[in-house]
Ligand binder design. Structure first.
Ligand code: DOR
Ligand code: ZN
Ligand code: ZN
Length: 448
């Protein structure tokens, strides 16, 4: 047995002084106040002193790119899951835009097998929608995917379901209670503006989010909108929710904290990004290139003012190597697993959101949106996934080793307050003092 003693538990309802008793992989009891008389506990209870620390449920990140198979120069299930633990994340869902892409039984098995052998946190893998796999049925819970991911607009990799008919068939045929997660950018608009030298303006996201919501409403089925980045998207989803459309959505840290103004930000004087010299071929515009692109201040303000519209914050951890970012055709995406929680804790310190919001958006919300049983809360019977953070510790992003294989972060040089100290995965210490302790393969598949 394990006792997390003297910590402040954070949930969507607030912060509470309580001890947590763990039996094996599960939480046995939450003792309000603190357990007096520890001496009576017996020798088989290991006591973790969490004085001065916040205890979050292990964070759940429903949007990560682990790059395995096929992109192992950027990341793999081991390094990506190490980055997750370093960021206080104990559960990840991996996107299917790998090489080969995860689009059928064989490729799903391949990805699940790589995750099983390598991941040091719990995981699920999305099935990727194609123009021809609408009828694929993977009903057996032991074999099926964590959800269906549909690229309604193109992005990294070759997954794309642009055609209305194929989209409609997926919306009709995928089990209604399970989640279709969409990358919603309107492909004809992406193409048109691309030909005119403009990268993915707002209208591309607005059009396709509206389409995804209309499909969910007409087909009476769940849809999850990935990485909401702009004002109008928020308004469309807010209105749809008010009408009772079964839509959920996620915000990503980079859209909450970065704008197109990054050139004037800290990147040119960043620490930890020693590879970048001003004037060198690696341009910030390439480093910060992502789909959808970074937006303007007014969009960011709308996201912050509408945190209540978000069901989750998910990293869209999309690592690429600096060499790739330096190339003539830099790929889109930035890593995010190691920085999400420190950034949010800093924002909480600044009063931009409550600690309870962090627990709602990073723990309870994702569990609810994806019907993940027994995770996302610290309560009896739940998995003993817990992230202990020191809310006062100040540090500079980039100064500490980066565990993601890509080795860089778009937030290098940022001063943050709040550091992950210890992470428990199903009752076992998995990360402590900056080091991964969990053995390769310690992660378990999440059945949702
Ligand atoms: O910027 C992005 N990168 N957006 C995506 O949709 C995909 C991701 C990736 O896989 O690199
Ligand atoms: Zn996407
Ligand atoms: Zn993504």
């Amino acid at each position: 047995m394990l006792l997390i003693h003297n910590g402040s538990l954070v949930s969507g309802a607030g912060v509470q002084q309580a001890d947590v008793l763990v039996d094996g992989e599960r939480i046995a009891a939450v003792i309000e106040g603190h357990l007096p008389g520890l001496g009576g506990l017996g020798p088989d209870v290991q006591i973790v002193d969490a004085s001065g620390l916040l205890v979050f449920p292990g964070l759940i990140d429903v949007h990560t790119h682990m790059r395995q198979p096929g992109g192992e120069q950027k990341e793999d299930f081991y390094t990506g899951a190490c980055a997750a633990l370093a960021g206080g994340v104990t559960s990840i869902f991996a996107m299917p835009n790998t090489s080969p892409a995860v689009t059928d039984r064989a490729t799903l098995d391949l990805a699940l097998d790589l995750a099983r052998q390598n991941a040091v946190c719990d995981y699920g893998v999305f099935l990727g929608a194609t123009n021809t796999n609408q009828r694929l049925k993977l009903d057996n819970p032991d074999l099926r995917e964590c959800g269906l991911k549909m690229y309604m607009g193109s992005s990294t990799g070759d997954l794309l379901v642009e055609d209305f008919g194929a989209q409609y068939e997926h919306f009709q045929q995928y089990p209604r209670e399970r989640v279709i997660a969409v990358h919603a950018e309107h492909e004809p608009a992406v193409r048109y503006f691309g030909q005119h030298g403009e990268r993915r303006p707002h209208i591309a996201a607005e059009l396709e989010v509206a389409r995804a919501v209309a499909l969910a409403e007409r087909c009476d089925r769940r849809v999850h909108v990935c990485h909401v980045s702009s004002r109008r998207e928020v308004e469309i989803i807010r209105d749809a929710k008010a009408r009772g459309v079964p839509v959920t959505c996620e915000y990503a840290p980079h859209y909450l904290f970065l704008t197109t103004d990054f050139e004037h930000g800290q990147i040119t004087e960043s620490r930890g990004l020693q590879d970048y010299q001003p004037g060198q071929a690696l341009h910030p515009a390439a480093l910060y290139q992502m789909n959808p692109p970074l937006r303007q201040e007014s969009d960011i303000e709308t996201l912050w003012a509408n945190l209540a519209v978000a069901d989750c914050i998910a990293t869209d951890h999309a690592p690429h190597t600096l060499d790739e970012k330096r190339s003539a055709k830099p790929p889109s995406g930035v890593p995010g697993l190691e920085t999400m929680l420190p950034l949010l804790l800093t924002a909480a310190h600044e009063g931009r959101l409550e600690l309870a919001d962090v627990a709602r958006l990073c723990c309870e919300g994702p569990a609810r949106a994806f019907a993940i049983q027994a995770k996302g809360r610290i309560a009896p019977g739940f998995d003993a996934d817990m992230t202990l953070v020191d809310p006062q510790e100040q540090w500079v992003i980039g100064d500490r080793p980066i565990l993601s294989k890509c080795g860089w972060t778009p937030f290098a040089g940022w001063h943050v307050r709040g550091a992950v100290k210890q992470v428990f995965l199903r009752g076992r210490l998995a990360f402590a003092d900056g080091k991964v302790i969990a053995a390769r393969g310690a992660g378990k598949r999440i059945v949702n």
